[in-house]
Design a protein around this ligand. Structure first.
Ligand code: NAP
Ligand code: G4F
Length: 368
């Protein structure tokens, strides 16, 4: 039986792992590319490792020969997804060269290999709303938004590398006739999100805090979904004087964050990989914005996440640390997904409330 074959570059990441789940569920033969690491980087796909239609290969998109070998080894590959990136915006200011090599040039390595090998596959590039940077349009109600027509004004080495990869994808579509599409995805999160992105940093901290409070600070007390602490606060740490550890001054570090006033359009990663797949099922390749159309600040996310455990005022738990400020910030992102909805029927299934619930349930892991 001839199965649809896909290659995922970046399969060990958040999106790659959700996409692999989706493609396996659709009956695909999936080749997942992971880069060589000194520790195990397959945590997010470990449930797939023994699946008969899931094949893990090693490779690195900065190495053109490695990309060619992978593409060559799979006969008649149908779909190639490039999700591989140095994807942290803050890190890109400190490691711009590495970010360029992976996030920018890596895409070119794949596109050029597809052309050089004469493959007839479809290609997906993971473009980003970060490419809009400081740019937005304003609708008839005076609301700011970004869509496929909004110009790019990138604010970081990451965003500039993504713009280069985006334009390269477009060029190969037009100049070489490749079925190459780019998804301009707004922030999407979930229980598999890397722990140094702001949403997961928050939900993970809360999970650890609740775990600590229940198991270390006060074993006897059932956690109630209201904040009833025997706590005092110093500037940097939460001090607790637990009944069970009398006399001991056990500390739990506060949650240290940077800019709390940026607006982001946050969706759920599981919904967004569906959009990637739909793009490659269209007869014509194209670029699409993928988003929820709603925007919130980091403060709003903190309200939702702390609210989940019954804490309304999180100000005693959070410290603003300039260490996490970026040299340049993207202040406002809110997408308009009319095009993908019209062409493919795609719509997000999670709102902020549902997203936070999913992440909190995971990070509390049955504690409450
Ligand atoms: P992620 O969790 O950081 O995953 C990135 C993946 O790229 C990981 O599998 C990583 O491998 C791999 N990778 C890094 N360098 C590589 C290299 N040199 N060769 C091969 N693989 C390499 O990112 P994500 O959130 O899943 O995002 C997926 C893609 O969408 C990225 O391109 C990202 O820039 C883009 N994007 C993400 C969002 C979002 O909100 N999540 C929004 C717009 C666009 P390791 O596991 O070994 O690190
Ligand atoms: O969670 P973030 O790091 O995501 P950011 O920078 O928006 O980038 C993510 O989304 C992009 C799509 O728009 C992707 F292309 C990219 O790969 C990545 O997935 O930061 C979100 C906001 C920023 O304004 C940041 O300054 O949160 C602010 N923030 C405040 N404190 C923080 C922190 N960000 C991080 N990572 N860590 C903090 O402590």
């Amino acid at each position: 039986m001839d199965r649809t074959k896909a290659i995922i570059f970046g399969a060990t990441g958040q999106d790659g792992s959700h996409l692999a789940d989706l493609l396996i569920s659709k009956g695909y033969e999936v080749t997942a590319v992971s880069r060589r690491c000194s520790v195990d980087n397959t945590q997010r796909i470990k449930h797939l490792l023994d699946h008969e239609r899931f094949h893990l290969v090693q490779g690195d998109i900065t190495d053109a020969s490695s990309v060619i070998n992978i593409l060559q080894d799979i006969e008649n590959v149908d779909e190639v997804y490039n999700l591989a990136a140095q994807s942290h915006v803050g890190v890109s200011f400190k490691q711009p060269g590495l970010t360029w090599d992976i996030t920018g040039k890596g895409c070119l390595n794949i596109l050029q290999s597809i052309v050089d090998l004469g493959l007839h596959c479809r290609f997906y590039q993971a473009s980003s709303s970060e490419m809009f940077g400081d740019s937005y349009d304003v609708n008839e109600h005076g609301e700011k938004y970004q869509n496929e027509q909004t110009k790019f004004l990138p604010q970081s080495p990451y965003a500039i590398a993504k713009c280069a990869a985006h334009y390269m994808t477009r060029l190969f579509r037009e100049a070489n006739g490749l079925h190459a599409s780019a998804g301009i995805l707004f922030n999407h999160e979930g229980e598999r999100r890397g722990e140094n992105f702001v949403t997961r940093k928050i939900t993970k901290w809360i999970g650890n805090f609740v775990r600590w409070k229940k198991h270390v600070a006060d074993e006897e007390t059932e956690w109630e979904s209201t904040y009833e602490p025997a706590m005092t606060f110093s500037e940097d740490d939460i001090h607790i004087h637990p009944k069970v550890a009398e006399g001991e001054n056990i500390k739990f570090p506060k949650l240290r964050l940077g800019n709390l006033d940026a607006f982001r359009d946050w969706g759920y990663a599981g919904d967004y990989v569906e959009a990637m797949w739909l793009m490659l099922q269209q007869e014509q390749p194209d670029d699409y914005v993928v988003c929820t159309g709603k925007t919130y600040t980091i403060r709003d996310f903190l309200d939702e996440a702390f609210g989940y455990i019954g804490i309304e005022d999180w100000s005693d738990f959070v410290v603003v640390d300039p260490k996490f400020y970026r040299p340049a910030e993207v202040d406002y992102l809110r997408g308009d997904h009319s095009k993908i909805k019209e062409k493919t029927g795609w719509e997000p299934k999670h709102d902020l409330d549902g997203l936070v619930r999913t992440m909190m349930e995971h990070d509390l892991n049955g504690i409450i």
